[in-house]
Write a protein that binds this ligand. Sequence first.
Ligand SMILES: *Cc1c(COP(=O)(O)O)cnc(C)c1O
Length: 353
Amino acid sequence: MELLTPGPTPIPPRVQEALLRPMRGHLDPEVLRVNQAIKERLFRLFDPGEGALLAALAGSGSLAMEAGLANLDRGPVLVLVNGAFSQRIAEMAALLGLEPEVLAFPPGEPVDPEAVARALKGKRYRLVAMVHGETSTGVLNPAEAVGALAREAGVLFYLDAVTTLGMLPFSMRAMGVAYAFTGSQKCLSAPPGLAPIALSAEARKAFTGKRGWYVDFERVAEHWERGGYHHTTPVLLHYALLEALDLALEEGIEARERRAKETYAWLLEELKARGFRPYPKASPLPTVLVVRPPEGVEADRLVKGLYAQGVAVAGGIGPTRGQVLRLGLMGEAARRERYQLFLQALDRVLALT
Ligand SMILES: *Cc1c(COP(=O)(O)O)cnc(C)c1O
């Protein structure tokens, strides 16, 4: 199966092989050294500044999304919503009693910093939350501009980096981010099951809320900074994540960004020639290509037809449900060879419909 969904992504052989290493205990000194190495790599990718908490939570990206909110000392929280994942943040914040307020933008359009500036002037928020790259619509949001506004207003900035970290330039310090996270199975091309997080030194003072035990950052730090016991970690996934982080850093973020952008541009032209149209109206996200199928072709039937041809892609979710194909260009998925196979399969499916 050619795995071209916007997560999970294909994993390279070196990462796959790491899963076959013999099992060790979660407090084994060798495993604790692996954890330190993971943190060192995450420090370079997140660039959170000295004194930050770095860890890989045992769960998917949504765990890190929830953990960031569960540890916040208090609300209210301003959530910038322009797709399914930012909507998920708002839902979690409500369940956690953080008085979320939604500032909504039309799907397919990026967050507008001017609207954010007005909202921040109108009320004193504790935190503003945004998704860097909206996977449901394929839109990249302006992290630097929103971060600057948050800094000016003295509000903490929470950024979902799931579709960007490891593939696009990223710096928490430069963007003024207090908390950021990703999932191992997206741009890093590791197996699902770990959620790398970074909490800046300054933000640690504000993330003292205790809504939960497993997600409590103090307990997470007990393991990830002091090597103590919190819970049993998925050791083999740690091995695989470290290999994936090394591969990303060896290739370099600039080269990975170029790989994604070149594949995106080429693939979009190929799809336009077949009657597809891009979904985003502005600010396309280079790691997830979202397209509307040609007139009269049903998106979800295309997804099923492609699967029957051995190619896994995704249909729409949230605001794009039933309307689009979503093609992953994160990590190992961003390769022209893979999408050549996709196009061959697509042509067969379109000939059948
Ligand atoms: C995939 C994704 C997540 C996390 O989803 P999980 O399935 O829990 O890993 C969060 N935000 C965005 C933008 C995503 O694409």
